[in-house]
Design a protein around this ligand. Sequence first.
Ligand code: MLT
Length: 254
Amino acid sequence: MKKVLINDVTIAYERRGKGTSLVLIHGFPLDHTSWDEVASLLENEFDLILPDLRGFGKSTTTENPYQISDMADDLAGLLDHLGIEKTLIAGHSMGGYVALAFAKKYPDRVSGMGLVSSQAAGDPPERKEGRYKTAAEVAEKGVGVVAGAMTPKLSADIRVQGFVRGVIEQQSKPAIIGALKAMAEREDLTSFIPTFNAPLLLVHGDVDALIPIERSREIWVLLPSVRLVELKGAGHMPMMEFAIETAEALKILK
Ligand code: MLT
């Protein structure tokens, strides 16, 4: 992986393929490898940029608290480094929160956006509280707490479960704690959706146990041009559970 220093953190990224640029942003608490299968299906048509968000994978983090919008700034810095002014972006779950924050802050840099198993809404109070509780547990007991609790919720598919558990166990405590707090404090961007004036694509599994498909349906009704691809039988990891369908859906943005 290549690495670049941005905003005091080292951001690791992979770049592969040729064509229209498309940034694929991973979710929590994973890294860019969650997009591997989709990337193989898209690399003949897209110049793919696959970052590890701050703290995750091979990227470093800071001890200071940070926001989802800081992750969006990291992305802007990475695009500056690569000389890419405007691009398609797609984010999975927390990666979707980063994509939305990026689109809000840098509207002229987004030519289209995909939100996979994500949402625009912020956290209700009990969810927010739960994240702080989990962060305290991770600080005390380690990342195994999150690996054990999240793996069955990410997917019912044993193959996918094996993969995500392995990836989660490799992540660091500061990355998981920092991201949990950033997600808890993220802005509700529902009111931003009707102002978004580039193509918007939603991909969501109908058996997603982490973010219900209703969150995508709520976005869909806000803007007539939004495309919603509902994947029957997919959980929270459609890019692995239904890689072909997810890749085909992302091609709509081109
Ligand atoms: C993710 O998959 O990125 C997270 O589950 C999102 C969240 O917890 O809100």
